[in-house]
Design a protein around this ligand. Structure first.
Ligand code: APR
Length: 229
């Protein structure tokens, strides 16, 4: 039974990284049009670089939690295929030992808009940073902004078409295309499970919803899967 998992900010919430849309979330404090769109970057690149420097610094001090570790255990021990897709730009899945498909990029990576080279971002990026490949100073955080096309969509589409079970964890179901994955997987015949603190905007499209903090619900679910329940 192939399992395809989509994670969102809720999986990292208990590691101390704020979500986007909950009370006190990132988009209640910052205008996403200013800091997370290509237009915002064109208007005020320094502001955008500073925003991601702040997010990178916060994430650098964060540790993976029991949900990340449980998903890594599942990837290591499950007898069949697991695809882990994340909307998160932190690296907590990797820190826990998982391999994840980062559809919204990673703020630990920088990218050159001239030659498309990618490299590990310094903790503090600067507009003067030169691309290590072409030397242009056209660098940006390697994250997908609103209005840009997420990464790895063809690969993800294949995973969704071939999933037997689709599980969304800690995501509000607000941002497409990820919010539409449940519909795609369901149309392909997958059973769909949502694990979230509260019902997401698309909770009605899942066959089953488990509510609670990810550090409790995810390890419990993983143990059930590994026990063959
Ligand atoms: N355990 C489980 N779920 C949680 C927890 C927790 N401890 N804390 C919060 N949640 C849930 C919330 O109930 C909410 O449904 O996580 C979800 C977080 O939703 P968002 O803040 O909207 O984050 P996400 O869905 O990942 O956002 C999608 O939006 O801004 C963009 O690119 C950004 O990747 C992000 C995308």
């Amino acid at each position: 039974m192939k399992i395809v998992i989509l994670t969102g900010a809720g999986v990292s919430a208990e590691s101390g990284l704020g979500t986007f849309r909950d009370k006190g979330g990132v988009w209640t404090k910052y205008d996403l049009q200013e800091v997370a769109t290509p237009e915002g970057f064109a208007r005020d690149p320094a502001k955008v670089i500073d925003f991601y420097n702040m997010r990178r610094r916060n994430a650098a001090g964060a540790k993976p939690n029991a949900a990340h570790f449980a998903l890594a255990k599942l990837q290591a021990e499950y007898a069949h295929e697991i695809a882990l897709i994340t909307q998160n730009v932190d690296s907590l899945h990797e820190a826990a030992g998982s391999e994840a498909i980062h559809m919204h990029g990673a703020h630990g990576q920088a990218r050159c808009t001239s030659c498309d080279a990618r490299w590990t971002a310094p903790l503090v990026m600067s507009l003067d940073d030169a691309c290590p490949t072409c030397s242009e100073t056209t660098t940006r955080p390697d994250v997908v902004w609103f209005g840009e096309v997420p990464l790895y969509l063809p690969e993800i589409a294949i995973h969704l078409r071939t999933a037997d079970l689709f599980v969304a964890i800690g995501t509000s179901g607000t941002v497409y295309p990820a919010a539409g994955f449940v519909a795609e997987a369901s149309q392909s015949g997958a059973k769909c499970l949502e694990i979230n603190l509260e019902p997401s905007n698309v909770a009605g499209q899942f066959d089953e919803v488990i509510l609670g903090p990810a550090t409790e619900t995810v390890p419990a679910w993983v143990e059930r899967v590994l026990a063959g329940d």
